[in-house]
Design a protein around this ligand. Structure first.
Ligand SMILES: O=C(O)CCC(=O)C(=O)O
Length: 311
Protein backbone atom coordinates (compact mmCIF):
# COMPACT_ATOMS: atom_id res chain seq x y z
CA UNK A 1 0.00 0.00 0.00
CA UNK A 2 1.79 3.13 -1.15
CA UNK A 3 1.70 6.56 0.50
CA UNK A 4 -0.95 7.93 -1.90
CA UNK A 5 -3.22 4.95 -1.20
CA UNK A 6 -2.75 5.36 2.57
CA UNK A 7 -3.62 9.05 2.25
CA UNK A 8 -6.75 8.27 0.22
CA UNK A 9 -7.92 5.49 2.53
CA UNK A 10 -7.48 7.68 5.60
CA UNK A 11 -9.23 10.58 3.86
CA UNK A 12 -12.18 8.73 2.32
CA UNK A 13 -12.48 5.32 4.02
CA UNK A 14 -12.06 3.29 0.82
CA UNK A 15 -9.76 2.73 -2.15
CA UNK A 16 -10.11 0.91 -5.46
CA UNK A 17 -7.41 -1.66 -6.28
CA UNK A 18 -7.34 -2.03 -10.06
CA UNK A 19 -6.89 -5.53 -11.56
CA UNK A 20 -6.91 -7.31 -8.19
CA UNK A 21 -8.14 -10.37 -10.12
CA UNK A 22 -6.85 -11.72 -13.43
CA UNK A 23 -9.39 -12.41 -16.23
CA UNK A 24 -8.82 -16.15 -15.57
CA UNK A 25 -9.73 -15.72 -11.91
CA UNK A 26 -12.86 -13.74 -12.83
CA UNK A 27 -13.80 -16.56 -15.21
CA UNK A 28 -13.27 -19.29 -12.62
CA UNK A 29 -15.27 -17.39 -9.98
CA UNK A 30 -18.07 -16.75 -12.50
CA UNK A 31 -18.15 -20.37 -13.71
CA UNK A 32 -18.35 -21.76 -10.18
CA UNK A 33 -21.10 -19.26 -9.32
CA UNK A 34 -23.07 -20.22 -12.44
CA UNK A 35 -22.76 -23.93 -11.56
CA UNK A 36 -24.05 -23.37 -8.02
CA UNK A 37 -26.88 -21.11 -9.13
CA UNK A 38 -28.09 -23.59 -11.74
CA UNK A 39 -27.86 -26.51 -9.26
CA UNK A 40 -29.90 -24.54 -6.71
CA UNK A 41 -32.48 -23.48 -9.29
CA UNK A 42 -32.78 -27.11 -10.40
CA UNK A 43 -33.33 -28.28 -6.79
CA UNK A 44 -35.92 -25.56 -6.26
CA UNK A 45 -37.81 -26.45 -9.43
CA UNK A 46 -37.96 -30.10 -8.25
CA UNK A 47 -39.21 -29.13 -4.79
CA UNK A 48 -42.65 -27.58 -5.06
CA UNK A 49 -42.60 -26.52 -1.37
CA UNK A 50 -39.71 -24.05 -2.05
CA UNK A 51 -40.39 -20.45 -2.96
CA UNK A 52 -39.50 -19.74 -6.60
CA UNK A 53 -37.98 -16.28 -6.01
CA UNK A 54 -34.35 -16.08 -7.30
CA UNK A 55 -31.70 -15.72 -4.60
CA UNK A 56 -29.46 -12.68 -4.83
CA UNK A 57 -27.03 -13.56 -2.00
CA UNK A 58 -24.88 -16.71 -1.69
CA UNK A 59 -22.47 -17.52 1.13
CA UNK A 60 -23.52 -15.60 4.23
CA UNK A 61 -22.62 -13.02 6.80
CA UNK A 62 -22.40 -16.08 9.07
CA UNK A 63 -25.48 -15.13 11.06
CA UNK A 64 -27.64 -17.66 9.13
CA UNK A 65 -27.25 -21.35 9.89
CA UNK A 66 -28.15 -24.49 8.00
CA UNK A 67 -28.42 -26.39 11.25
CA UNK A 68 -30.05 -24.58 14.16
CA UNK A 69 -28.44 -27.07 16.57
CA UNK A 70 -24.99 -26.41 15.19
CA UNK A 71 -24.94 -22.66 14.67
CA UNK A 72 -21.26 -21.99 15.21
CA UNK A 73 -20.19 -24.19 12.30
CA UNK A 74 -22.97 -24.55 9.77
CA UNK A 75 -23.21 -21.10 8.17
CA UNK A 76 -22.93 -21.28 4.37
CA UNK A 77 -19.65 -20.04 2.90
CA UNK A 78 -18.31 -19.44 -0.60
CA UNK A 79 -15.22 -21.40 0.46
CA UNK A 80 -17.28 -24.56 -0.18
CA UNK A 81 -17.14 -23.62 -3.89
CA UNK A 82 -13.36 -24.25 -4.02
CA UNK A 83 -10.90 -23.01 -6.69
CA UNK A 84 -10.40 -19.26 -6.73
CA UNK A 85 -12.90 -18.86 -3.87
CA UNK A 86 -10.22 -20.50 -1.70
CA UNK A 87 -7.42 -18.39 -3.23
CA UNK A 88 -9.31 -15.21 -2.31
CA UNK A 89 -8.80 -15.92 1.41
CA UNK A 90 -5.21 -14.75 1.06
CA UNK A 91 -4.75 -13.30 -2.41
CA UNK A 92 -1.34 -11.61 -2.99
CA UNK A 93 -2.81 -8.52 -4.71
CA UNK A 94 -4.84 -7.70 -1.57
CA UNK A 95 -2.65 -9.04 1.25
CA UNK A 96 -0.37 -5.94 1.56
CA UNK A 97 -3.46 -3.74 1.99
CA UNK A 98 -4.95 -5.95 4.69
CA UNK A 99 -1.62 -6.11 6.54
CA UNK A 100 -1.42 -2.33 6.52
CA UNK A 101 -5.05 -1.79 7.54
CA UNK A 102 -5.37 -4.59 10.12
CA UNK A 103 -1.84 -5.41 11.32
CA UNK A 104 0.03 -8.67 10.78
CA UNK A 105 -2.49 -11.06 12.29
CA UNK A 106 -5.99 -10.78 10.96
CA UNK A 107 -8.79 -13.23 10.22
CA UNK A 108 -11.51 -13.82 7.64
CA UNK A 109 -14.77 -13.10 9.44
CA UNK A 110 -17.38 -13.81 6.73
CA UNK A 111 -17.86 -14.02 2.97
CA UNK A 112 -20.72 -13.77 0.50
CA UNK A 113 -21.61 -12.84 -3.06
CA UNK A 114 -24.34 -10.38 -3.89
CA UNK A 115 -26.05 -10.06 -7.28
CA UNK A 116 -27.57 -6.68 -8.13
CA UNK A 117 -29.93 -6.49 -11.09
CA UNK A 118 -32.92 -4.44 -12.15
CA UNK A 119 -35.10 -7.12 -10.47
CA UNK A 120 -33.22 -7.23 -7.15
CA UNK A 121 -32.39 -3.62 -6.53
CA UNK A 122 -33.46 -2.39 -3.13
CA UNK A 123 -33.14 1.18 -1.88
CA UNK A 124 -29.76 2.58 -0.83
CA UNK A 125 -29.57 2.01 2.92
CA UNK A 126 -26.51 3.75 4.35
CA UNK A 127 -25.08 1.88 7.32
CA UNK A 128 -21.86 1.85 9.32
CA UNK A 129 -20.33 4.85 10.95
CA UNK A 130 -17.12 5.26 12.91
CA UNK A 131 -17.18 5.70 16.67
CA UNK A 132 -20.82 4.66 16.90
CA UNK A 133 -21.82 7.51 14.62
CA UNK A 134 -24.04 5.19 12.56
CA UNK A 135 -26.62 6.14 15.17
CA UNK A 136 -29.22 4.16 17.12
CA UNK A 137 -30.98 2.81 14.00
CA UNK A 138 -27.81 1.52 12.37
CA UNK A 139 -27.48 -2.10 11.23
CA UNK A 140 -23.73 -2.30 11.80
CA UNK A 141 -23.22 0.21 14.60
CA UNK A 142 -25.43 -0.09 17.67
CA UNK A 143 -25.36 -3.84 18.16
CA UNK A 144 -21.61 -4.26 17.90
CA UNK A 145 -20.53 -2.01 20.77
CA UNK A 146 -18.34 0.03 18.44
CA UNK A 147 -16.65 -3.01 16.87
CA UNK A 148 -16.55 -1.41 13.40
CA UNK A 149 -14.06 1.22 14.55
CA UNK A 150 -11.53 3.20 12.54
CA UNK A 151 -8.48 4.95 13.93
CA UNK A 152 -5.01 6.01 12.78
CA UNK A 153 -2.52 6.53 15.57
CA UNK A 154 1.14 5.93 16.40
CA UNK A 155 1.85 5.57 12.70
CA UNK A 156 -0.61 2.78 11.97
CA UNK A 157 -4.18 2.00 10.97
CA UNK A 158 -6.68 0.30 13.30
CA UNK A 159 -9.88 -1.10 11.79
CA UNK A 160 -12.55 -3.33 13.34
CA UNK A 161 -13.85 -4.75 10.04
CA UNK A 162 -12.38 -4.27 6.56
CA UNK A 163 -14.34 -5.37 3.48
CA UNK A 164 -12.87 -6.39 0.15
CA UNK A 165 -15.48 -6.20 -2.61
CA UNK A 166 -14.29 -8.03 -5.76
CA UNK A 167 -16.24 -6.93 -8.82
CA UNK A 168 -16.91 -9.68 -11.39
CA UNK A 169 -18.62 -7.22 -13.76
CA UNK A 170 -17.80 -3.71 -14.86
CA UNK A 171 -19.81 -1.08 -12.99
CA UNK A 172 -20.11 2.02 -15.19
CA UNK A 173 -20.83 5.49 -13.81
CA UNK A 174 -24.61 5.72 -13.37
CA UNK A 175 -25.13 1.94 -13.08
CA UNK A 176 -25.29 1.83 -9.25
CA UNK A 177 -23.13 -0.34 -6.98
CA UNK A 178 -20.91 0.56 -4.04
CA UNK A 179 -21.43 3.98 -2.50
CA UNK A 180 -20.35 5.71 0.68
CA UNK A 181 -20.09 9.05 2.42
CA UNK A 182 -16.34 9.67 2.12
CA UNK A 183 -14.76 10.61 5.44
CA UNK A 184 -17.74 9.43 7.52
CA UNK A 185 -15.53 6.79 9.22
CA UNK A 186 -14.07 9.68 11.23
CA UNK A 187 -17.31 11.51 11.93
CA UNK A 188 -18.30 12.24 15.53
CA UNK A 189 -21.94 12.77 14.66
CA UNK A 190 -24.70 10.33 13.80
CA UNK A 191 -25.63 10.00 10.13
CA UNK A 192 -28.45 12.48 9.43
CA UNK A 193 -31.58 10.31 9.22
CA UNK A 194 -32.87 12.01 6.07
CA UNK A 195 -29.72 10.85 4.21
CA UNK A 196 -29.95 7.20 5.26
CA UNK A 197 -32.44 5.75 2.75
CA UNK A 198 -32.87 6.62 -0.95
CA UNK A 199 -35.18 4.43 -2.98
CA UNK A 200 -34.19 5.89 -6.35
CA UNK A 201 -30.86 7.01 -7.78
CA UNK A 202 -32.10 10.58 -8.18
CA UNK A 203 -32.84 10.76 -4.42
CA UNK A 204 -29.26 9.87 -3.39
CA UNK A 205 -27.70 12.87 -1.58
CA UNK A 206 -24.81 14.64 -3.40
CA UNK A 207 -22.51 13.93 -0.43
CA UNK A 208 -22.51 10.22 -1.40
CA UNK A 209 -19.59 8.95 -3.57
CA UNK A 210 -20.75 6.48 -6.25
CA UNK A 211 -17.83 4.22 -7.09
CA UNK A 212 -17.41 2.87 -10.64
CA UNK A 213 -15.06 -0.10 -11.17
CA UNK A 214 -14.01 -2.58 -13.83
CA UNK A 215 -14.43 -6.35 -13.72
CA UNK A 216 -11.49 -7.67 -11.67
CA UNK A 217 -11.10 -4.53 -9.54
CA UNK A 218 -11.52 -4.68 -5.76
CA UNK A 219 -12.96 -1.94 -3.56
CA UNK A 220 -11.47 -2.05 -0.08
CA UNK A 221 -13.47 -0.14 2.53
CA UNK A 222 -13.73 0.18 6.28
CA UNK A 223 -17.15 -0.77 7.66
CA UNK A 224 -16.78 2.33 9.84
CA UNK A 225 -17.57 4.40 6.73
CA UNK A 226 -21.30 4.97 6.11
CA UNK A 227 -21.87 2.90 2.96
CA UNK A 228 -24.40 0.90 0.97
CA UNK A 229 -25.53 -0.04 -2.54
CA UNK A 230 -26.99 2.42 -5.05
CA UNK A 231 -30.20 1.07 -6.71
CA UNK A 232 -29.11 -0.75 -9.86
CA UNK A 233 -29.77 0.73 -13.33
CA UNK A 234 -27.11 -1.08 -15.38
CA UNK A 235 -28.03 -3.19 -18.40
CA UNK A 236 -26.49 -6.34 -16.96
CA UNK A 237 -26.04 -7.78 -13.47
CA UNK A 238 -23.49 -6.68 -10.92
CA UNK A 239 -21.95 -9.72 -9.18
CA UNK A 240 -19.77 -8.71 -6.26
CA UNK A 241 -17.88 -11.02 -3.90
CA UNK A 242 -17.31 -9.75 -0.36
CA UNK A 243 -14.55 -11.12 1.91
CA UNK A 244 -14.56 -9.30 5.26
CA UNK A 245 -11.64 -9.31 7.68
CA UNK A 246 -11.17 -8.45 11.37
CA UNK A 247 -8.05 -8.01 13.48
CA UNK A 248 -7.23 -11.33 15.08
CA UNK A 249 -8.85 -10.76 18.46
CA UNK A 250 -12.07 -9.33 17.00
CA UNK A 251 -15.20 -10.93 15.51
CA UNK A 252 -18.23 -9.40 13.83
CA UNK A 253 -19.93 -12.69 13.00
CA UNK A 254 -21.03 -14.98 15.84
CA UNK A 255 -19.99 -18.04 13.88
CA UNK A 256 -16.51 -19.29 12.98
CA UNK A 257 -15.04 -21.31 10.12
CA UNK A 258 -14.30 -25.01 10.39
CA UNK A 259 -11.27 -25.21 8.10
CA UNK A 260 -11.66 -29.02 7.88
CA UNK A 261 -14.57 -28.41 5.51
CA UNK A 262 -12.62 -26.73 2.70
CA UNK A 263 -9.97 -29.23 1.55
CA UNK A 264 -6.22 -28.60 1.59
CA UNK A 265 -5.35 -25.10 2.71
CA UNK A 266 -2.00 -23.33 3.03
CA UNK A 267 -0.63 -22.43 6.47
CA UNK A 268 -1.50 -18.82 5.86
CA UNK A 269 -5.09 -19.62 4.77
CA UNK A 270 -5.48 -21.83 7.86
CA UNK A 271 -4.27 -18.98 10.07
CA UNK A 272 -6.89 -16.67 8.54
CA UNK A 273 -9.70 -19.11 9.29
CA UNK A 274 -8.75 -19.34 12.98
CA UNK A 275 -11.42 -18.18 15.41
CA UNK A 276 -10.73 -14.90 17.20
CA UNK A 277 -8.42 -14.87 20.19
CA UNK A 278 -6.30 -12.39 22.01
CA UNK A 279 -3.15 -14.41 21.29
CA UNK A 280 -3.24 -14.47 17.50
CA UNK A 281 -2.35 -17.52 15.41
CA UNK A 282 0.39 -18.69 17.78
CA UNK A 283 1.45 -22.34 18.13
CA UNK A 284 -0.05 -22.83 21.58
CA UNK A 285 -3.49 -21.48 20.60
CA UNK A 286 -3.44 -23.46 17.35
CA UNK A 287 -3.48 -26.70 19.38
CA UNK A 288 -6.76 -25.72 21.01
CA UNK A 289 -8.27 -24.94 17.63
CA UNK A 290 -7.04 -28.16 16.05
CA UNK A 291 -8.57 -30.14 18.91
CA UNK A 292 -11.91 -28.35 18.43
CA UNK A 293 -11.81 -29.16 14.71
CA UNK A 294 -10.92 -32.80 15.27
CA UNK A 295 -13.88 -33.09 17.64
CA UNK A 296 -16.13 -31.42 15.10
CA UNK A 297 -14.97 -33.77 12.31
CA UNK A 298 -15.71 -36.73 14.61
CA UNK A 299 -19.18 -35.36 15.34
CA UNK A 300 -19.94 -35.05 11.61
CA UNK A 301 -18.66 -38.61 11.04
CA UNK A 302 -20.92 -39.99 13.80
CA UNK A 303 -23.91 -38.08 12.44
CA UNK A 304 -23.32 -39.42 8.93
CA UNK A 305 -23.03 -42.97 10.32
CA UNK A 306 -26.22 -42.70 12.33
CA UNK A 307 -28.10 -41.13 9.35
CA UNK A 308 -26.89 -44.00 7.11
CA UNK A 309 -28.14 -46.57 9.67
CA UNK A 310 -31.59 -44.99 9.68
CA UNK A 311 -31.98 -45.33 5.88
O1 LIG B 1 -23.00 -3.20 -2.69
C1 LIG B 1 -21.99 -2.84 -2.08
O2 LIG B 1 -20.87 -2.78 -2.60
C2 LIG B 1 -22.11 -2.46 -0.59
C3 LIG B 1 -22.36 -3.64 0.24
C4 LIG B 1 -22.62 -3.33 1.68
O3 LIG B 1 -23.41 -2.50 1.99
C5 LIG B 1 -21.88 -4.04 2.72
O4 LIG B 1 -20.98 -4.80 2.39
O5 LIG B 1 -22.16 -3.85 3.92
Amino acid sequence: MNENEKYLFDLRGYIVVRNALTPEQVRDLSDRLALRVSAMEQRKSEDSSKRKRKKSIYGSDRTRFRDEDDPAWSAPSLLEWGGTYIDLIDIPTIKPYLETLLGNHYRLDHDYIKIDSAKTSPALYLHGGGQGSGGPADLVGPTDGGQCFYRFSNGRFFNGLVSVAFELDTVNPGDGGFACIPGSHKSNFALPEDWRVSSKQQDVPDIVDRVAASAGDAIIFTEACAHGTIPWKGNNQRRTIFYKYCPHAVAWSPCFYNSDLYGDLTESQLAMLMPPSAFGPAKHTRNIWQKAQAEQAELYRLRRESAAKQH
